[in-house]
Design a protein around this ligand. Structure first.
Ligand code: ADP
Ligand code: MG
Ligand code: ZN
Length: 636
């Protein structure tokens, strides 16, 4: 029994070392061992199992020298001289002395015979049959193995290091020097953020120098800004610039289905960082763990809260002991627990904002480095001008789209047309050329869009019309696109009223021309209504209601959405609000009506030209306003 077991055991060890104990391999090996054990002959390999008749013959012939009888009535005998034995299946074994036979239940009678024949015999307890004992465990082992396997699958880690027993280990990735480094040069714009972070890097490079001066360096830096503005990129740039160990983890990685895992991961993360100090810890999407406590749906003390508490503890704990800096990024600073933001924790907030014109230009420069552009036709500055409100991720996407379009057309370089097309695609949705509109539908759409455009042209402070098209895009039959001249950070009432008038312009044009209205304006009306309601309830722009805010938005923090707004006003006020909203919309409609009837010639001209050319741009509109028709080759 001992011999055969040794071999598989060795095998098992070797395998586990090589493969870093993938539990599944373990299981397979174990199973294999047991299988081979059960198939291999056991210790009594040399015993021939003989029939009872043969035994009786051997007994009466006096050939049996000694025997041991076990509990299971097995009679293990030894012959006084080697003989040829025939086992119970009829096979012949020559030169054997050992045999086994099973005695009848009551063999007391036989003892006398044994004494007679001078057999030395003794009784032994049954030997434990290890093989079957182990085999009995097989189903359980299989079950446990399966469970382990499932858990690993759920953890979704292919990492050998990450076996079942490292639940509580942080999943932080350490940036190695082998990875392609991001430098500050790869991040455009965000000048303030970069300055702030450069200070942090200077500190990490020589912490002693700073400490001598007695300066207190922020321990926690929180990058705050809308999605896609480059927060993650900035953090990676810090890692690339600072040459210290950089532990990066996403807030969501802390959250696991087992209670307490998140907290122990936090502990482990900080332990690791402390060991490697000076070091940087970066927690991306901090809001996943850092949300206001007491807001979960599942009672007050859920797993996420424990994790957050642990994070708070760790943030306090390492304050003076080591040079570890914690960075985090979020686009929802408003939902963060206030304890996270108090001095000593993430007290320094770095705003990474939507890029301005210069910023967009710089970002475009960085991203167009990787593609071949036609330097003569592509003016990055103009593209930057035409993409207000776009963030770094959008611009990166725009450049990529343009490159794809160019390659689809088998061009050698990316030119301005590709960028224009890509911009339209990103801003207005994908063209749906396959959608066939009837002539009547086209005509209505043309007047609808021309209506928007004409109202926009003659409204004070309205954004200039950039493009009008009746090619279906996305879910719309036509699009009128306005682009602001500059970035806007606040809006005047005049601007908003003009905007409402422009939105109503489409419907008004339909009314004036066809004396009929269509469903095409539903989206316009929806947007206009929501703006009008905000004017009354949030911006205090209604004369009748005064500068008051109505209704408190109740953030359902757990879901991260405004799913309800709490009413803090009376039924009567509610009616007044509704009345004001209706008045604002109706006024906007009247305004647009007036503008369109005053400029009905332009409306007709523009609709007609739209039907002919399908798309007209800013330059074309200037011609139309001057009363000129567009030439044929202007077909865009
Ligand atoms: P965030 O983390 O703020 O949501 P990311 O850092 O993930 O945004 O940015 C997404 C991508 O957008 C980056 O990988 C990069 O290609 C591009 N990007 C965003 N901001 C910038 C920027 N300021 N300069 C250069 N590229 C940027
Ligand atoms: Mg990010
Ligand atoms: Zn419309």
């Amino acid at each position: 029994m001992k011999k055969p077991t040794k071999k598989p055991k060795k095998q098992l060890k070797r395998k586990s070392k090589a493969k870093n104990s993938s539990s599944f391999v373990w299981l397979a090996v174990l199973f294999f061992v047991m299988l081979s054990l059960s198939l291999l002959p056991n210790e009594s390999a040399n015993e021939v199992e003989i029939s009872y008749n043969t035994y009786k013959r051997l007994l009466s012939d006096g050939q049996i020298k000694e025997a041991s009888i076990e509990n299971d009535n097995s009679f293990h005998g030894e012959l006084s001289a080697p003989a040829t034995l025939i086992n119970k299946n009829g096979a012949e074994f020559t030169d054997r002395t050992l045999f086994v036979v099973y005695l009848p239940a009551d063999y007391a009678e036989q003892i006398k015979v044994w004494d007679e024949k001078n057999i030395e015999y003794n009784f032994e307890g049954e030997k434990i049959d290890w093989t079957s004992w182990l085999l009995g465990f097989a189903p359980w082992l299989l079950l446990i193995g399966f469970w382990i396997f499932m858990i690993r699958r759920m953890q979704g880690s292919n990492n050998g290091m990450n076996n079942v027993f490292s639940f509580g280990k942080s999943k932080a990735k350490m940036f190695s020097s082998k990875q392609k480094k991001v430098k500050f040069g790869d991040v455009a714009g965000c000048i303030e953020a970069k300055e702030e972070l450069e200070e942090v890097i200077a500190y990490l490079k020589s912490p002693k120098k700073f400490e001598k001066l007695g300066g207190k360096i922020p321990r926690g830096v929180l990058l705050v800004g809308p999605p896609g503005t480059g927060k993650t990129l900035l953090a990676r740039a810090v890692a690339g610039e600072s040459n210290v160990p950089f532990f990066s983890i996403s807030g969501a990685d802390f959250v696991e289905m087992f209670v307490g895992v998140g907290a122990s991961r936090v502990r482990d993360l900080f332990e690791q960082a402390n060991k490697n100090s000076p070091a940087i810890i970066f927690i991306d999407e901090l809001d996943a763990v850092g949300r206001q406590r007491g807001a979960g749906l599942g009672g007050g003390h859920d797993e996420r809260e424990q994790t957050l508490n642990q994070l708070l503890v760790e943030l306090d704990g390492f304050e003076n002991s080591s040079s570890v800096i914690v960075m985090a990024a979020t686009n929802r600073p408003d939902v963060l627990d206030s304890a996270l933001l108090r001095p000593g924790r993430f007290d320094r907030q770095v705003v990474v904002d939507v890029p301005d014109l210069q910023g967009r230009h710089d970002i475009l420069k960085i991203h167009t480095k990787k593609i071949k552009i036609n330097k003569k036709s592509v003016k990055l500055h103009d593209i930057a001008k035409g993409t207000p409100g776009m963030v770094g991720a959008d611009l990166a996407n725009l450049v990529n789209e343009a490159a794809l379009l160019a390659s689809r057309k088998r061009k050698t370089t990316v030119d301005n047309n590709d960028f224009e097309e890509a911009k339209d695609k990103v801003l207005m949705g994908v063209q749906r050329k396959s959608m066939v509109l009837s002539d009547a539908e086209k005509k209505v759409t043309a007047y609808h869009e021309a209506g928007h455009a004409v109202v926009a042209i003659f409204s004070p402070e309205a954004d200039p019309v950039h493009k009008v098209t009746i090619i279906p895009r996305g879910r719309a039959l036509g699009v009128t696109m306005q682009l602001p001249l500059d970035e806007k950070h606040g809006y005047s009432k005049t601007y908003i009223l003009s905007r409402l008038a422009v939105m109503m312009g489409g419907r008004s044009a339909e009314e004036i021309i066809f004396n009929e209205i269509t469903t095409g304006a539903s989206n316009d009306i929806e947007r206009a209504t929501s703006i009008a309601r905000k004017m009354v309830c949030e911006w205090g722009m209604s004369d009748a209601m005064g500068p008051m805010s109505f209704g408190k938005k109740n953030e359902e923090i757990f879901l991260g959405r405004e799913i309800q707004s709490h009413r803090d006003y009376s039924e009567q006020t509610a009616q007044q609000i509704d009345h004001e909203v209706v008045t604002i919309i109706k006024d906007a409609q009247k305004t647009s009506h007036k503008i369109l009837t005053d400029h009905i010639d332009l409306l007709h001209l523009m609709a007609e030209q739209l039907l002919e050319h399908e798309t007209i741009d800013e330059a074309d509109i200037k011609l139309l306003v001057a009363g000129k028709k567009l030439s044929k080759k202007n077909n865009k």
